[in-house]
Design a protein around this ligand. Structure first.
Ligand code: ADP
Length: 248
């Protein structure tokens, strides 16, 4: 069965707001260790999809399974965070009055449930882990800087680092490239490809160049369901996709 070997499995998920279906029989499957890009025009249901996966919104119908067996539709936000599903919102949420290293320390020490409430875990092994994360998020040289003094893009990286400190199994990332410079955007694609070696990642993104750079399977959402799925080349040559999205 499809669900068995998956990290995230959505089957016919429907979410209605006053009769309007923000998600309409949405089904897709993310394999363990996969990075998936989710694209789609405004109003396609991308945010609602992340809301149902993280327990912020309950689906009216459908199944959402984590790691092949855990039914996420029965759990609340904190329980889902505790399972190891991290969510990076579009806007960076870091402690500006703490240093880069201080932010990571905090994330390393905070229980996943508490972390989830605060944003939306120094021993020697912790220090080592922080150094690793600093390396990953390209902020080794900025470890002692106040987060307030980072660029917008660097704050996004720091927050990704804080999520990594929580050791997620699945990371949901909302438009990481929004507001970034071209150089930061390109670096973010490399960074995400690196972290996708350690955990599964679902990236919601508008920037097509960035999605192309990710080089991963793309799911195109439209009116709350999957319009097309495949490589960026496949979906960008799909007539349905050109009509509703890329052709605009
Ligand atoms: P996207 O993130 O792809 O832009 P959303 O998931 O935010 O799309 O929204 C999908 C549709 O659902 C939109 O038409 C939006 O107006 C509607 N919607 C989302 N949240 C609510 C809500 N809480 N109440 C009513 N309508 C909503």
């Amino acid at each position: 069965q499809l669900a068995a070997g998956s990290i995230l499995y959505l089957d016919n998920v429907t979410v209605s707001f006053d009769g309007f279906k923000a998600l309409n029989n949405l089904s897709f499957v993310v394999a363990p260790g996969e990075m998936r890009a989710i694209i789609g025009p405004n109003g396609a249901g991308k945010t609602t999809m992340m809301d149902v996966v993280t327990g912020k919104t309950r689906p009216d119908e459908g199944d959402i399974l984590f790691a092949g067996h855990t039914d996420l539709t029965k759990l609340d936000e904190a329980d889902i965070a505790e399972l190891g599903i991290g969510r990076k919102f579009q806007k960076p949420t870091v402690f500006e009055s703490h240093t880069v290293r201080g932010n990571l320390e905090l994330a390393l020490k905070t229980d996943r449930r508490v972390f989830n409430v605060l944003f939306g875990a120094t021993r020697a092994d912790e220090a080592e882990r922080i150094d690793e994360i600093l390396e990953t998020i390209r902020l080794k040289d900025r470890r002692a800087s106040l987060a307030a003094n980072l660029s917008h893009g660097q704050k996004q990286w720091l927050e990704i680092g804080m999520l990594l400190a929580q050791e997620p199994k699945l990371l949901l990332v909302d438009e990481p490239a929004a507001g970034m410079t071209d150089a930061e955007t390109a670096e973010t694609a490399v960074l995400l490809r690196e972290i996708a070696k350690e955990q599964s990642v679902v990236v919601v993104e508008h920037d097509m160049t960035f999605v192309r750079d990710l080089g991963v399977k793309v799911t195109v959402l439209h009116e709350g369901h999957v319009l097309a799925e495949g490589s960026m080349d496949d979906v960008s040559n799909d007539d349905k996709v050109i009509e509703v999205y890329l052709g605009r």
